[in-house]
Design a protein around this ligand. Sequence first.
Ligand code: DX5
Ligand code: ZN
Length: 227
Amino acid sequence: MSFDRSLKIAPSILSADFANFGKECEAIEAQGADWVHVDVMDGHFVPNITFGPATCAAIRPHIKGVMDVHLMIAPVDPYIEAFAKAGADVITAHVEAGPHIHRTLQAIRAAGAKAGVALNPGTPASAVEYLLDMVDLVCVMTVNPGFGGQKFIHSQVEKVRQLRQMIGERPIHIEIDGGVDPTTAPLVVEAGADVLVAGSAVFRGGSVTDPTPYGDNMRAIRSACSS
Ligand code: DX5
Ligand code: ZN
C-alpha cells in the first residue's frame, strides 16, 4: 500500500446489502471505489452490532484493493491479530476505546497492518499529538459512530484543519467518516482530508443487479471536490 494524498473514496459496506457482501464489494470497486471501508461494531463501544473477523475474511477475496477496517469495539487488543489475519490492510482503533491506545497502535503495526486512530466528535485533535509518529491514518468521525445515514457535524471541519497542520509532511492519511456527500465532501477536502468514507451517499439508488448509481454517486462526490 503506497502513500499519496490524492482523493480516495471508501464506500462503507454498512450501507450495502448484508446478504451480498462479496458481490457488493466487487460492484463498488468496478464502479470506481478506491478503498472498501468495513465497519465493525460490538454493541458495547457503540450501540449497534455488525460483524467480526470471520466476515472480514470471507469478503477479503472479493476486494482487489485496500480493505480498511474500522473497529468500533472495546476492548480492541484481543482482536487485532484476528483482523490482521482476515486480511485487513488498515486497522483503525478509537482513541476512546481504552486507556492504552499507544499499545494498541503498536500491536496493529506489529500484526502487519497499517495503523489508524479514530476520534469521536467530542474528542479534540490534541488527543493524537503523541501518536503521530506511529500512525498511518487519522480518522475524524463527523457523526457519532454506530449508524449510517446520520447528519454531518460541521464543527469537525476545524478539527480536520488542525490535524492537517499537526501532521505536516508525515505520510498520514486524514479520513472522514460520517455524513459525507457532495455537499459536505468539499468542506473536509479543502481542510486537508484525502480519504472520504461514504455509506448512504454511495449506495443510494443502486444494488448488485443495478450498480451504475454507485458509480454516479462516487463521481458526484469527486466532482464536487474538484470544482
Ligand atoms: C458510522 C460508520 C460509518 C458510516 C458512514 O458509525 O463508521 O462508516 O457507515 O455512513 P454514512 O456515510 O451513511 O454517514
Ligand atoms: Zn466507519
